[in-house]
Write a protein that binds this ligand. Sequence first.
Ligand code: GLN
Length: 241
Amino acid sequence: MVVLNIMRDDNEPRASLLKKHVSPPAIGVLDLQGGVLEHLDHLQRLGINGTRVKEPPDFMNLAGLIIPGGESTCLSRLFYLYGMAETIIREFRRGMKIWGTCAGAILLAKSVVGEAPHLGLIDIEIERNSFGSQLDSFTSEAVIPHVSSQPVPLTFIRAPKIKKSGKGVDILLRMGDYIAAAESPDVLVTVFHPELTGCLAFHRYFARKCGLEPLDDTKVPAIDPTWDNKSWTRFARVSRG
Ligand code: GLN
């Protein structure tokens, strides 16, 4: 019985014995609703241990958390229902970094135009559905010097606009009258969806913000040519059809 022998070795302190059996820090993806699998796909391409976070015990050993895009009203109802808001805030205070894409950014904002805010973990004012309806969704491209030296594709789906940012928030991308990407030391927000393109630059950027070491661009390029818009289906029980 290997386990018993290990537990009986009194020369080694118990904490270090336990440590050996804990897997390396992961980035969790909040798995209540929205684009969860697309983020897991990107993390795996960068050699990062990505894990689904459905309930409070899933937060063990997370260096970072991604709150995906989806529908912020739906996501917020679910995370209050499952007691996740308190856990997210507690883990954030413990040092867990957070990245919100689109609906995720709405949930993280300190101020939401015309609505009560949710987590309030980054000093931005955000306006939901600010481009119009689902039919006003669009794609674009930009160079975001902090994140990648080459232009990256941007996909906006019934996106919000970040109207203002406050103290301690750096603007990563401004487009016309709004901010599309911003960060504080502990939180990253994007109103577009890198996980719906082959762009790995943002996931690499966030992994480094979490203190992890993703594969660098000599191993996987910023725009992964092996990605296609069905790549994420390898995580799902659906046909690639
Ligand atoms: N319109 C959605 C909301 O207000 C966000 C859309 C998205 O995440 N792509 O929550």
